[in-house]
Design a protein around this ligand. Structure first.
Ligand code: SF4
Ligand code: MG
Length: 316
């Protein structure tokens, strides 16, 4: 019997494998225990694909994802399967990921029973504890998803993820669909859970104001490649990559709320047919001849990672 995540993986894998072949290309980064890493970029840059790969919901055609030293892309190893359970994903739209015909108690508790973390008999108490943890009244355990508000449904999704006792949460636009006031509450919940449960996060968002608030470190992606990564303050105060600079120029700082992310000038090219050299060159105001023929190297300067010829000998 497949659990929900595996079913979803099959569906996503079947539907998206074709288009995701080159969606993420040589993106290498590390998340330390207890850290919140923000992953930002325009839609279509590969950040959701990368998140789903880390969560084991999409196949990795070439490369590895290591969690506590174990290659979690190994589909045959029992140890990898156990580790994959420690990585859980919180989606953008809880409604589409919650079965409308299931009671909240079963939605939250089913996987925990399936994986032997609680018994069928003890499940109601197990679920009540989780509901309290995410700020839901356990008295509502017998209700259905449509009887809750958007913010409450997102809390149900979070409780379901926590039910299998994860260590690493991947939040993919997890607050984007919520009202601003509710966004703040859910962010506070993420921060409380981080402290109480010693959680680590990969926080995928197009909202740089939110990422600045919650992340310790930020990774910027463009067309499947990481173009810059740095501690949050360094990245926001002194961005080095022209793409990051353009993103920050166009987005109002703190308090941006759910204001839509305005794209950098020009269209984002198709990930299936990216421009040669530096993928960003058709939109980059600093581009030179070298940018059109040579892929920039990823250089590390202390904690700051940049992939741009400007920081590696020039664009001529
Ligand atoms: Fe712009 Fe060239 Fe740097 Fe790419 S490598 S971001 S095109 S300056
Ligand atoms: Mg996305």
């Amino acid at each position: 019997k497949l659990d929900g995540v595996e079913r979803l993986a099959r569906r996503l894998g079947a539907d998206l494998r074709e288009t995701c072949v080159n969606a993420v290309d040589g993106a290498s980064f590390t998340v330390a225990r207890g850290e919140v890493v923000g992953l930002v970029g325009e839609s279509g840059c590969g950040k959701s694909t990368l998140g789903r790969m880390v969560a084991g919901l999409l196949p990795v055609s070439d490369g590895t994802i290591r969690f506590e030293g174990v290659d979690v892309t190994d589909t045959k190893s029992a140890q990898a399967r156990e580790k994959r359970l420690r990585i859980q994903m919180i989606f953008q739209d809880p409604m589409s990921s919650l079965n409308p015909r299931m009671k909240v108690q079963d939605i939250i508790g089913e996987a925990a029973v399936h994986h032997g973390l609680t018994s069928r008999a003890d499940m109601p108490a197990y679920v009540a504890g989780l509901m309290e943890k995410v700020g839901l009244d356990p008295a509502y355990a017998q209700r259905y998803p449509h009887q809750f508000s958007g913010g409450q449904r997102q809390r149900i999704g979070i409780a379901r993820a926590l039910a299998v006792q994860p260590e690493f949460l991947i939040c993919d636009e997890s607050i984007a669909a919520l009202d601003v006031s509710i966004q703040a509450q859910v962010i506070n919940l993420f921060q409380d859970l981080r402290r109480d449960l010693d959680l680590t996060y990969l926080f995928i968002s197009h909202d740089l104001g939110v990422v600045e608030h919650i992340a310790d470190r930020v990774v910027v992606m463009y067309l499947g490649r990481i173009v810059e990564a740095a501690p949050t303050e360094a990245l926001f105060d002194a961005p080095r990559h022209p793409y990051t600079q353009a993103l920050l120029d166009q987005v109002p700082r703190l308090g941006a709320g759910r204001q839509e992310f305005r794209t950098v000038k020009g269209e984002i090219p198709s990930p299936l047919n990216p421009p040669p050299g530096c993928h960003f060159h058709p939109r980059c105001p600093m581009a030179g001849p070298r940018c059109r023929r040579e892929v920039p190297r990823t250089l590390t300067d202390g904690a700051h990672v940049t992939a741009c010829h400007l920081h590696d000998g020039g664009t001529e």
